[in-house]
Write a new protein. Structure first.
Length: 75
């Protein structure tokens, strides 16, 4: 997940995501799902955070589950 702090344009978040994907691929790390956007922000602060999660079968089930919250929606 590349989460914007609110003031970083979405285009820059996707550039950061591309770099993260390249670094992980270079290390042989397979990516199951990618999220890019402003999920939890800090009053239009510049920057972003990167969150990685090592998945097993149980966590993958929860990651793919539907969600409907103020900060995150997934069908």
């Amino acid at each position: 997940m590349v989460n914007g702090m609110g003031g970083t344009p979405l285009m820059e978040l996707f550039i950061a995501n591309k770099h993260v994907n390249e670094v992980l691929a270079g290390k042989g790390i397979k990516i199951a799902r990618t999220y890019v956007g402003n999920y939890m922000t800090s009053l239009d602060m510049e920057g972003f955070s990167i969150t990685l999660l090592k998945l097993d079968d149980e966590l993958k089930k929860y990651l793919n589950a539907p969600a409907d919250t103020p900060a995150f929606v997934q069908f």
